[in-house]
Design a protein around this ligand. Structure first.
Ligand code: SF4
Length: 285
């Protein structure tokens, strides 16, 4: 098992002071320690964006992918060794711009991976362009007159896509965020967390103050197992933004339905295909 101290490398993130990524980074470490994961138990898979700056700062098995492609890479890792916990760290551009289709298909097949989406409603790494979750009217370098389109609602999309665990959390509340990340990682099936993450440099609209004025926690008696209620709740926004676990359902996962994984992970199997794949890799690599 790991501790927060031995999770860290000698590298410190270079995010702007006050960036919401620091809280997500801290909450993720807390969650890994709290769950009691060993380094050999899990893999972090990143997309491209400011969140990817986390890559060198954690002493874990990391995999940095192409922009928009962390979910299919995570699925590949999970299918190769379904005993691993596979956690995707991605941005709103990654998940809902370049990789929207991957989110929907991973959700509907209920593959047992976790997606933590850093949702700052802007492309921060490339110095402030409109993202798929930017508010209508948001002015940025790519939309100086304001965004014309409606933003994607990530929670509604994940619920409609068939995800079996869907939550929204706020980077300004590390304790709650840690709890939600723990629940998402422990969930058996596809889990998605939309993390509202202020970008203090390129998004002055979705600030800490704005969120603190507008978010509220889902009530204690909220029933997480009703998809219609969850979907209706997910449509609340602007002056009333619910945070918490919207939807949770236990159903069989893609791996459980796959006959080839019944006895052992694919990497340990002696399927005839393994030899063919090994030969192909020898030829290509
Ligand atoms: Fe964070 Fe925005 Fe700075 Fe990127 S540009 S590090 S998201 S504050």
């Amino acid at each position: 098992m790991v501790s927060v101290n031995n999770l860290k490398t000698k590298h410190f993130p270079t995010w702007c002071p006050g960036c919401g990524n620091y809280s997500i980074w801290t909450a993720l470490q807390n969650a890994i320690v709290e769950i009691g994961l060993r380094i050999s138990d899990f893999v972090l898979v990143y997309g491209i964006g400011c969140h990817g700056n986390m890559f060198n700062t954690l002493n874990v098995v990391n995999f940095e992918t192409l922009h928009g492609r962390p979910i299919p890479v995570a699925e590949g890792i999970k299918l190769a060794n379904n005993r691993l916990q596979v956690i995707v760290i991605a941005g709103d551009g990654d998940t809902l711009g370049e990789g929207t289709n991957h989110l929907i298909h991973a959700a509907r097949r209920n593959i047992d991976i976790t997606v933590l989406m850093h949702d700052n409603q802007v492309y921060g790494l490339t110095t402030g362009q409109t993202s798929p979750t930017s508010a209508k009217g948001f002015k940025s370098r790519s939309t100086p007159l304001g965004v014309i389109e409606e933003p994607i609602n990530p929670v509604a999309l994940a619920i409609a896509g068939g995800a079996s665990f869907v939550a929204r959390s706020f980077a300004g509340d590390i304790l709650e965020l840690t709890k939600v990340i723990i629940a998402a990682i422990k969930h058996r099936g596809f889990s998605f967390v939309d993390i509202l993450q202020p970008c203090v440099t390129f998004n002055s609209h979705n600030s800490y103050q704005w969120y603190r004025q507008n978010i509220y926690k889902l009530p204690k008696n909220y029933k997480m197992n009703n998809k219609i209620v969850a979907f209706k709740k997910s449509l609340e926004w602007e002056k009333k933004i619910p945070v918490g676990i919207f939807y949770r359902q236990l159903k069989s996962t893609y791996e459980e339905e796959t006959q080839q994984f019944k006895d052992c992970p694919l990497i340990s199997s002696s399927l005839p295909a393994s030899k063919a794949v090994a030969e192909l890799l020898d030829e290509l690599i």
